[in-house]
Design a protein around this ligand. Sequence first.
Ligand code: ATP
Length: 514
Amino acid sequence: MEQNQDKLKEIISHSKEYGFIFPSSDIYEGLAATYDYGQLGSELKNNIKQYWWKAMTQMHQNIVGIDASIFMHPKTWKASGHVDAFNDPLVDNKDSKKRYRADVLIEEHIEKINKKIEKEVSKGKKRFGEAFDEKEFRNTNPNVLRNLKKIDSIENSMKKTLEENDLEGLRQLIVDLEIACPLSGSRNWTEVKQFNLMFATEIGSVAGESSRIYLRPETAQGIFVNFLNVQKSGRMKIPFGIAQIGKAFRNEIIARQFIFRMREFEQMEMQFFVQPGEEMKWYDYWKSMREKWHKNLGLGEEMYRFHDHIKLAHYANAASDIEFNFPMGFKELEGIHSRTDFDLKQHEAHSGKKLSYFDPELNESYVPYVVETSVGLDRMFLAVLSASYQQEILSDQSKRVVLKIPPALAPIKAAILPLVKKDGLPEIGQEIANELKFDYNIQIDQKDSIGKRYRRQDAIGTPVCITIDHDTLNDKSVTIRYRDTMKQERIEISKLSSILNKELGWKSLLEKLN
Ligand code: ATP
């Protein structure tokens, strides 16, 4: 755990040092839990967006994208349930004065019990060696069973209190489980209160005429209110999807852990409209498609797990998270929700406009059901960055820090390194850059020894370095050095473009999704 916290700290400082992420308003000592993406960070972020956008829209004939505004009519949020129900239960520790989300405190307690189970399993593995039958062990070991029962009972109690909005019961659960404040170690808790997460502001400049308006807490509603506009203008036939990437704002009770939980963040959401009754089929389909999209990045299959929701949101009839193994442990990266016809029906009721679809095949009208996939762009960024960040000890015992970012997502795709700053080598470098720059972000680096330059490019995740030396003048070839293997090969300049395309073009990543 401690080691992992150290890893997070290293990533934060690496991000700042190389221009991925800076604390916001840095010269004013920063603003809590707010960050700015720097010159390399914004490239990586844009590439993650493109990977998602292309995978959703370009790869699916029946999904189109929109870009709705952040401000929406205030009735939107009444209809969606956010004004009345977008709350988190908060609780304060009286000694440390630290504020927590009551449900998160309990979930962390459950996670500790989970860890005990995993420890027991790995002890079993060691003890029985080859003969170990993990499934059998999990089904019969008394310690594992006892802990599973404990988790089950805690989850049931939590679900009940949350569903019944029983805040006193929720507090009692924290007390009964003897959960202590990680900071003060005390169990001196205040009562649990509900806290609405929406940011409100005023629109209009004339006093008296202004009205309360919200910064959107999710991008989804911009899609729902445009459902018919898109369906009609795009002549879309169900099933079809609408995708969107954009900012969302939540006044989180605790915003911690770097860019994992912020008050201003970006979401990549897709609402898939289906015939009522078919939603579970599509829910399963999107669960597996989204899993494939994540695993396709090659960050490691074992880095992901599904977690079904204990408490379903007011709009959902099924919900599951894809969790990622961040430096802080497994946490939610993406949510996949079956939202029924809740949102469209609510908007019909509040706007007085019909939001139904005439299905030519069934020859009837209905309000479609919706399956949603919703992934946090900043969390995706942290997932890519933290899984890519590696420290290696090389054969000569020197250390290298390398970001093994999936090549298609790397901020700089290739570095061009003329060995010396004379004899016409820089000019050849410039010529190569002029050719490649139409397709890729290229950096020319002429300063310091070649070894130092390689290290610098490793540290920012550049997949290939192209070195120009004196032989280049005669053989019209360069040396390509690959980031992950550090292998080098001699390549004709005329073949560079096609090699880069194979190594780091979008096709190389997207074709595996087919
Ligand atoms: P959590 O349980 O972590 O608060 P959530 O279940 O409320 O998240 P959703 O409403 O399902 O999140 O939002 C979809 C996605 O948006 C999440 O999976 C996450 O990746 C991202 N997200 C939500 N809140 C934040 C935040 N405060 N900062 C960064 N990303 C966020």
